[in-house]
Design a protein around this ligand. Structure first.
Ligand SMILES: *[C@@H]1O[C@H](CO)[C@@H](O)[C@H](O)[C@H]1NC(C)=O
Length: 431
């Protein structure tokens, strides 16, 4: 809505602004694309099409964005650290300078999961399962931006986007010979860290592991391993953006997301790499849920999440498989179309979210930004990370909140009041 208004205002202002309007239109298109790929998940075969439950990226980008080339990890092959189809994994690195020359930000890319032979085989034909199909360069925006005015605390750090091509949040380790599938997420993680250490990360005095969505879950799963790479003198912290996937009951009383995770964990043998502290007392699938992990992560961590995470609403709470008559279609595409009992369902989900982070939030080392929005991945997009009208809690935008926590300038434990009290949200809407 906001964007539509901006576009029409901009159009009166002449040439320069036409480009801007086009850029904004591009963003709208992106939102439509999101809806299409998310609705696939909701098709008859919910668990089986999980592979498509990921935000599509448009190829066309506003011209002013920094574009950073893809580097393949040649040393990965001998370690068996390969994408689903056996191709090399890759990353995008933009070097730091000045005060950021020895500071490293690693962002783990997201993009759903694959939980069956069928949808993992499908992934081999996409960038989510093969570096053959990865973009040769990607725009660095939001937390990856190189401009101080867009990214005040991390703009001059070494910034890395590690591509996601294993389908199990960088945590599986197995294979399926009949289907020629390599499930090597954990090895990709290790090979990438080794490569980056050799490119200067071993001299880091500051490091931050981040990631969004499936990458936000990966950031939680690998946080303590990340810290173990460095000496105690290095300031190491982790940020999980939209990674708080809840083991929640869907609108028909089922466990859509738990069923999906069960498939990912068993197919890719993720249990080998889940924290012992959890595996000791819970089943492996439960130990893939952050609610059973975050309180036990030793490294300082920041949870950034919308209380009504748009992906979870679409794909976990009200997928078409749980709503065959489409009673939730209007509501899940636009929260303004929900009736009072539907809103109540979302409020209950928010309460589960707050319960899930309660113990975590008691530790002084941790940070939180849980805003009452229908959003997903707020650190990667410039409009939600740091812009004139970006979301705030306590008057602080997300970029400043994460920076205040990372540098110990201020404690950040920001939890919003319940919907609809926040008028700074950039809610995702679906057509
Ligand atoms: C809200 O919509 C749902 C789905 O159509 C329906 O089952 C429910 O009765 C409605 N609640 C109210 C209060 O109108």
């Amino acid at each position: 809505m906001k964007q539509q208004q901006k576009v029409s205002v901009c159009c009166c202002l002449g040439l320069l602004v036409v480009a801007l309007a086009a850029a904004l239109k591009e963003k709208e298109k992106e939102q439509v694309l999101w809806s299409k790929s998310w609705l696939d998940l909701a098709d008859k075969d919910a668990a089986d099409s999980a592979s498509s439950a990921l935000p599509a990226q448009t190829q066309t980008q506003p011209p002013l964005n920094l574009m950073v080339p893809l580097t393949l990890i040649n040393s990965a092959a001998s370690k068996g650290a390969v994408c689903l189809d056996g191709t090399l994994p890759g990353y995008h690195l933009h070097p730091g300078y000045g005060s950021g020359a020895n500071s490293w930000l690693i962002q783990l890319e997201g993009g759903g999961w694959c939980n069956s032979i069928r949808n993992c085989v499908y992934r081999k034909t996409t960038r989510r399962g093969s570096s053959k199909f990865m973009e040769k360069q990607l725009p660095f925006t939001g937390i990856l931006s190189n401009k101080a005015e867009e990214n005040p605390d991390f703009f001059n750090w070494n910034r890395v986007k590690l591509r996601y091509c294993d389908g199990a949040s960088f945590s599986g380790d197995s294979q399926n010979e009949a289907a020629q599938l390599h499930f090597r997420g954990q090895r990709i993680w290790l090979a990438a860290m080794e490569e980056l250490m050799s490119k200067g990360m071993q001299k880091a005095d500051q490091a931050l592991l981040s990631g969004c969505s499936a990458g936000g879950l990966a950031s939680i799963l690998h946080c303590d391993e990340f810290q173990d790479l460095f000496p105690e003198t290095t300031r190491v912290k982790c940020l999980s953006d939209a990674g708080m996937f809840l083991d929640a009951i869907d609108v028909s009383g089922g466990h859509t997301l738990k069923n999906l995770f069960a498939g990912v964990v068993s197919l890719q043998e993720v249990q080998k790499n889940l924290p012992k502290t959890c595996i000791d007392h819970l089943d492996p699938t439960s130990c893939f849920f952050p609610q059973n992990l975050v309180a036990n992560v030793k490294t300082p961590m920041f949870l950034l999440n919308a209380a009504y995470d748009a992906w979870q609403v679409q794909a976990s709470l009200a997928p078409t498989s749980a709503d065959p008559r489409g009673l939730w279609s209007a509501c899940k595409s636009n929260h303004a179309l929900c009736n009072s009992s539907q809103i109540q369902f979302f409020q209950d989900f928010r309460n589960q979210m707050l319960n899930a982070v309660r113990d975590f939030s008691m530790s002084t080392k941790n940070g939180l930004f849980i805003n009452s929005c229908f959003a997903h991945c707020q650190s990667e997009r410039q409009d939600t990370w740091f812009a004139d009208d970006s979301p705030v809690l306590g008057n602080r935008a997300i970029a400043l909140s994460v920076g205040d926590w990372y540098f110990d300038r201020l404690p950040v434990k920001a939890i919003d009041c319940a919907y609809p009290c926040d008028n700074t949200c950039h809610n995702l809407m679906f057509k």
